[in-house]
Design a protein around this ligand. Structure first.
Ligand SMILES: CC(C)(COP(=O)(O)OP(=O)(O)OC[C@H]1O[C@@H](n2cnc3c(N)ncnc32)[C@H](O)[C@@H]1OP(=O)(O)O)[C@@H](O)C(=O)NCCC(=O)NCCS
Length: 227
C-alpha cells in the first residue's frame, strides 16, 4: 500500500521471516479474549457487522460494504481464515475476534494483515461494534495484538520486528485511538487514501518496532516522536 511498486513486483527474501507452525491465536488482556474465529461465532459476528455497518463501519471498513450481507458470507470468511491459519507457510493475514472476557460477547475484530516477510512486518487494524465503543476495548485489543505480533515466537508471539497502522485523517476515532498507543507517527501522505463518499483523504501512518514496545505490559517503551 505504501510500498513502492518495485517492492511489490519483486519482493525480496530480506529477513525471510517465517510464521510459527502451528499458528494459533488466543490472546488475553485485562478485559478481553482476542482469538481466531470459530464456526460457532458466525451468527454473532454477522449480527454485529449488520448492526454496525451503516454510519459506523462504513465508510472506513470497505470490506463490509458487499461482504457479510448474509450469514453464509460470514461463515465463508471464517472458514477461509481457518484454512489460512492451517497453512503458515503462505498466510499473510490473520483476522481475530475480540470477545468480552466476562460475558463471552463478541465486541469486534482485529488482526494482523499484509505480513511482509522481507522486513518481518505487518499491519494491524480493528473495529468495535457500534454499541460497544467508548469503553477502551479497541485500544486494549490493539495494544495486545501489537504485543502478539512483536512477541518472540518462543513465547507464543509472531516474532515480527515492526507493526504498521494506517488510517485516514478523516477518521478521528481511529487517529485518537492510535495516538493513545504512544507510538511513532511516520506517514502523512496527501490524497493517498480514497474513502467512498468522502474522496481522497490523507493517509496517516504510525509504526512501532519490537525494540520500542514492552510486550509484557502492552505499551510503548519510548516516548512518541512526530513526523
Ligand atoms: C475506531 C474505533 C475502533 C474506536 O473505538 P473506541 O471504542 O472509540 O476506541 P477506544 O477503545 O480507544 O475507546 C476510547 C474511549 O473509551 C473511553 N473509555 C472508557 N473506559 C475506558 C477504559 N477502561 N480504558 C480506556 N478507555 C476507556 C475513553 O475515555 C475513550 O473515550 P473518548 O474517545 O471520548 O476519549 C471505532 O470507532 C470503530 O470501530 N470505528 C469503525 C471502524 C474503524 O474506523 N476502524 C479503524 C479503521 S483505520
Amino acid at each position: 500500500m505504501t510500498h513502492c511498486a518495485s517492492e511489490n513486483l519483486f519482493p525480496a527474501d530480506g529477513l525471510g521471516w517465517k510464521a510459527p507452525d502451528p499458528l494459533t491465536c488466543t490472546l488475553e488482556s485485562d478485559r478481553l479474549i482476542i482469538r481466531s474465529y470459530r464456526l460457532e461465532d458466525a451468527q454473532e459476528v454477522f449480527d454485529a457487522i449488520n448492526d454496525s455497518r451503516d454510519g459506523h463501519l462504513l465508510p472506513w471498513m470497505p470490506w463490509c460494504k458487499d461482504n457479510h450481507r448474509t450469514l453464509e458470507s460470514t461463515t465463508k470468511y471464517i472458514c477461509e481464515q481457518s484454512l489460512a491459519l492451517g497453512n503458515p507457510a503462505t498466510f499473510n493475514n490473520v483476522g481475530t475476534g475480540i470477545f468480552c472476557k466476562d460475558t463471552g460477547r463478541f465486541l469486534g475484530g482485529s488482526g494482523v494483515h499484509d505480513i511482509r516477510k522481507d522486513t518481518a512486518s505487518c499491519e494491524t487494524g480493528y473495529w468495535i461494534r457500534r454499541d460497544a465503543i467508548g469503553n477502551g476495548y479497541a485500544r486494549e485489543a490493539c495494544a495486545r495484538t501489537i504485543s502478539w505480533a512483536l512477541g518472540s515466537q518462543t513465547k507464543g508471539g509472531l516474532g515480527l520486528r515492526r507493526v504498521r497502522i494506517y488510517t485516514s485523517d478523516k477518521n478521528e476515532a481511529s487517529s485518537k485511538l492510535i495516538e493513545k498507543l504512544d507510538i511513532t507517527a511516520e506517514v502523512h501522505q496527501r490524497d493517498d487514501y480514497y474513502i467512498e463518499g468522502i474522496g481522497c483523504t490523507t493517509r496517516l501512518g504510525w509504526g512501532v518496532l519490537a525494540s520500542e514496545w514492552d510486550c509484557e505490559k502492552h505499551c510503548a517503551l519510548n516516548p512518541r516522536e512526530s513526523v
